[in-house]
Design a protein around this ligand. Structure first.
Ligand code: SF4
Ligand code: SF4
Length: 100
């Protein structure tokens, strides 16, 4: 016998955030197929990558760009695309898995 389907009034509204601060629980880093690697010698600390990162995982320290929190970086490549001096390179994750 099939389960009775829920009615419109019983299912949650899509896209609704029911708990403040819950995004910290979802480690989107496991999604990534590529990892951003920054050439520190070319970075001009413009912070554009920080503002464009949809996961807010590029840290800042003392007004300068800091490390990327890879537990939340989903490898979208927006930072690399937006960097004005092109000092972020997206590297396939399997290169790290193979110990390269
Ligand atoms: S690849 Fe995407 S999620 Fe990762 S640091 Fe860059 S903009 Fe953020
Ligand atoms: S966008 Fe590029 S140059 Fe600007 S802070 Fe980020 S890595 Fe550095």
């Amino acid at each position: 016998m099939k389960d009775k389907k829920k009615g419109a009034g019983e299912i949650p509204i899509g896209g609704m955030i029911t708990e403040a601060g819950s995004s910290a629980k979802f480690k989107t880093g496991s999604w990534k197929a590529q990892r951003p690697i920054i050439d520190e010698s070319k970075c001009i600390n413009c912070l554009i990558c920080v503002h464009y990162c949809p996961e807010d995982c590029i840290m800042t320290k003392d007004g300068k760009r800091g490390e990327i929190d890879l537990e939340y970086c989903k490898g979208c490549g927006i930072c690399a695309n937006q960097c004005p001096v092109k000092c972020i390179k997206m590297v396939p994750e399997n290169e790290f898995e193979n110990g390269k």
